[in-house]
Write a new protein. Sequence first.
Length: 309
Amino acid sequence: MKIALLMLTYASLHSIDELPPFYTHLFHGLNPSPEYMEHAAARFRAIGTADPLGAVTARQAAALEQRLNTDPNAEIKIYLASKHTPPFIDDAVRQMIADGVDQIYSFPTSPLYSRTGTAAYHFSVRKALAAAGADIPVIEINHWHKHPGVTEAISLRLRTALAWVSAANRPYTKVLFTAHSQPGLPKANMEFIQTFSELAESVADKANCSRWSLAYRSAGPPPQKWLSPDVLDIIEKVAHEGYKAVIVCDLLSLTENVEAIYDCKIDCQDKAAACGLEFVATEFLNDSADYIDALASLIRDRIQLNGAQ
């Protein structure tokens, strides 16, 4: 049996020259102004590396494919697809059809379920298959936010951050779990809020952390409603409440990317400094061994469960 694991991500940039088509696609075919592109390129250049989202996701795929192919009776091939850069979902679906795969496991690489992220990715996969007239079973991998290997990997980074805070400030430290805000009111995002809360609680419990709260980042401009409170507002509130240090731990972007770097590290660190707070951000999981082992375990479990049905 040929099994395809389709890893779905937001974008995968390989060159600074790919920024214009990326933003044009992001803006639904509208070309960004030269001023906007200059600002965007400056942000990417400022991190001093190639875009980590594309590079790290490719390494994750290679490592997962190696770990998953231990059964000689089932070949598991990993395909990558992005929402805003090639290969797009349509491209990946056509390639899977050409390769003659028997089953597709659709795997958005964020642990939090959302209408605009997870659900939209799965819908695009099924739409592309229907357009191609292909009758290949699709199994969606959702709700893996409480997998013990994943929560342990995140909690390890949180414990490391907690230990890094100076001894004098450690008793007065607040942990802020963050995630990219979602458009709409809370009642339209209940599943996202639930998975966010459940993951935060699990990570905090494993890290023996009792002082924490939820906050959001990257909300869009009004008049569109977005989930709140904003993490920068909460940092200011934490300072007013008498805390001496703040730790930011993102639970949506487990793989490093430029937006999350700015939101969780640069902007939050600047805000914390302005409020007189010691600041630490937890590390991204990226392609670390413990995270890849956790992903391999949960994917293998889903494949075995489906095979048993």
